[in-house]
Design a protein around this ligand. Structure first.
Ligand code: 3PG
Ligand code: MG
Length: 401
């Protein structure tokens, strides 16, 4: 993989940097700026080298239309605050305003281009259309740095096609992510424990299949666990259930047995009358995992499972965690996610290598108040880190070889 030093002297050069600034927003308030902070080392390094730094990013999925709520304006403001400079936001990605703002840059300046996904070509399936669009972006720069690790699993105009038009290299974040995730995939120190949560099994099929041949222990919680519980013959009440994945999940349970992979599932869960919404009163109750009442919904793992999961994690040398254990945004259903995060912190302190993967889990650990240095690595990638763990070829990385 090419890295910054392969780009040579960047003094006075216009460097296009693709970042992943897809941050959670509450209106125009950024509720977790982790992805912006993660981009600072590359931006600062380039500025120190005297480059003109032109950053591009997406926010949400505006589907090729200008959606004012998905403007990068809050990001430009936050990036400027973190860098201690003004970061102008161009009104478009490659149009007149972008060109004018870039032309006005001095060495060391930073400009942010407006949401690349406001352009239909960015995510077009038509390669020629994407390539023509990428050329217009490339005209703004002299070199391209790919630093948006969270999008390297996508082949899109601003992170993939543009690399064909300019000298291209990985930024420091992409380099750091690849190094860390490789430690969990290439000869990991064992036992290797993988903790998976989040709502859907269907999002994690590839990673589960791959890990059943690699991990020593697979710990499962979150919304996806109810399909596992059902596959074991338990009733799950009104909990999230993917009926169409039941056969797959049954085969995973078999494969785990056959491969000697220890499958750790919750023995108790926290249920509620329904999904917490608005001011409907919450009535949490702990029940055994094999006795979820017909009219109750599982929203977190219970206290016994918290201990079980914590112990499984602590007795490991490498731990990868992706996906919350419950509806952690609601304090009554956050204890499971907290226990897993604490498990990783304790494992790290005991010398294990620990990775938090996934936008949601990364936000969860920060919002639950865990210190970032309690983990060996907090990935900025959700889908990207999962696909990396699946062993897939990621287009945004292969283009940097
Ligand atoms: C993410 O948030 O996972 C990345 O920014 C990629 O976003 P996407 O899933 O909309 O492509
Ligand atoms: Mg995503």
């Amino acid at each position: 993989m090419k890295t910054l030093k392969d780009l040579g002297d960047l003094k006075g050069k216009r460097v296009l940097v693709r970042a992943d600034f897809n941050v959670p927003l509450d209106g125009t308030t950024i509720t977790d700026d982790g992805r912006i902070r993660a981009a600072l080392p590359t931006i600062t390094t380039l500025r120190n080298e005297g480059a003109k730094v032109i950053v591009m990013a997406h926010l949400g999925r505006p589907k090729g239309k200008v959606v004012p709520e998905l403007s990068l304006a809050p990001v430009a403001a936050r990036l400027g605050e973190l860098l201690g400079i003004t970061v102008p936001l161009a009104a478009d990605t490659y149009g007149e305003d972008a060109q004018a703002k870039v032309a006005a840059m001095s060495d060391g300046d930073v400009v942010l281009l407006e949401n690349v996904r406001f352009n239909p070509e960015e995510t077009s399936k038509d390669e020629a259309e994407r390539a023509a669009y990428a050329k217009k972006i490339a005209d703004l720069g002299d070199a391209f740095v790919s630093d948006g690790f969270g999008v390297v699993h996508r082949a899109q105009g601003s992170n993939y096609d543009v690399a064909a038009d300019l000298p291209a290299a990985a930024g420091l974040l992409v380099e750091k992510e690849v190094t860390a995730l490789s430690k969990a995939t290439v000869n990991p120190e064992r036992p290797l424990t993988v903790v998976l949560g989040g709502s859907k099994v269907s999002d994690k099929l590839g990673v589960i299949e791959n890990l059943l041949g690699k991990a020593n222990r697979l710990v499962i919680g979150g919304g996806m666990v109810y399909t596992f519980l059902k596959a074991q013959g338990y009733e799950v009440g009104t909990s999230l259930l993917e009926e169409d994945q039941l056969d797959k999940v049954k085969s995973y349970i078999e494969t785990a047995k056959a491969n000697g992979v220890e499958l750790v599932l919750p023995t108790d869960v926290v249920v509620n009358a329904g999904f917490p919404a608005g001011d409907t009163p919450i009535n949490p109750e702990v029940v055994p995992a094999d006795a979820i009442p017909a009219d109750r919904m599982g929203l977190d793992i219970g206290p016994e499972s918290q201990k079980l999961f914590h112990d499984a994690i602590v007795n490991s040398k490498t731990v990868v965690w992706n996906g919350p254990m419950g509806v952690f945004e609601v304090p009554e259903f956050a204890a499971g996610t907290r226990a897993v995060a604490q498990g990783l912190v304790d494992a790290t302190a005991a010398g294990a290598f620990t990775i938090v993967g996934g936008g949601d889990s990364a936000s969860a650990v920060r919002n639950l108040g865990f210190p970032e240095d309690g983990f060996s690595h907090i990935s900025t990638g959700g889908g990207a880190s999962l696909e990396f763990l699946e062993g897939k070829t990621l287009p945004g990385l292969s283009v940097l070889e």
